[in-house]
Design a protein around this ligand. Structure first.
Ligand code: AP5
Length: 194
């Protein structure tokens, strides 16, 4: 199995590039943000609890997201591999993911980190906020999401760097240019699906 973490701050292009990667390589997409928004739209208890954190620009507690990912992995036993988008976001989540994958006799192949300057992130998210309807795409919450990323999520890159799995990717340019850089890395492991 090929298991990729697509990593980077809010607005760095994880969702956009995941779409391209899934289509090209036939991988299963696991976005904790999408899973949480789905819980919110269905007004589940989990969703209602998570919404409080998301609207404040804070991370949802580890136990909640780790539980969600565990059950999603089980839903796709024959997947060619997974793209983890927006997960893991803390070192505790990274350790839990490594353990879950080890139980399935697999592991993370590589973490591709999209590197984008903070000003560009804010511009992209404010612009998206005009049309997305996402309650966390406003200037005040965007700032908090970026601060949360720096404090709690950046250490995840160090965790995988220690395993020799971190690759930094320039995340500024056209979507196609950045996809080309990602492809160069992915094709060290797998080829496009026929
Ligand atoms: P989540 O949904 O994961 O959001 P995020 O990480 O804040 O990321 P975004 O979706 O905002 O950005 P992205 O990097 O995917 O960029 P995108 O491609 O969309 O998380 C939301 C919240 O859920 C968190 O704050 C937290 O509360 C909670 N949560 C989620 N996972 C969690 C976890 N594991 N643990 C705890 N809490 C969790 O692009 C952004 C915009 O830029 C788009 O408009 C796009 O069109 C544009 N764009 C993309 N590429 C380019 C480019 N090359 N040039 C110009 N514009 C571009």
């Amino acid at each position: 199995m090929f298991n990729l973490i697509l990593f980077g701050p809010p607005g760095s292009g994880k969702g956009t590039q995941s779409t391209n990667l899934i289509q090209t390589y036939g991988l299963q997409h696991l976005s904790t943000g999408d899973l949480l928004r789905d819980e919110i739209s269905r007004e589940t208890n989990l969703g209602l609890e998570a919404k409080k954190f998301m609207d404040a620009g804070q991370l949802v507690p580890d136990a909640v997201v780790i539980g969600m990912i565990g059950s999603k992995l089980d839903e796709h036993p024959n997947a060619r591999g997974f793209i983890f988008d927006g997960f893991p976001r803390t070192t505790a989540q990274a350790e839990a993911l490594d353990n879950l994958l080890a139980l399935k006799k697999t592991n993370i192949s590589v973490l591709l980190s999209l590197e984008v300057p903070e000003e560009e992130l804010k511009q992209r998210l404010v612009l998206r906020g005009e049309v997305s309807g996402r309650s966390d795409d406003n200037e005040e919450v965007i700032q908090k999401r970026i601060a949360e990323y720096k404090a709690k999520t950046e250490p995840v890159a160090n965790y995988y760097e220690a395993q020799g799995k971190l690759e930094r990717i320039k995340g500024v340019g056209t979507v196609e240019e950045i996809f080309g850089l990602l492809r160069n890395q992915v094709e060290k492991f797998i080829l496009p699906q026929e």
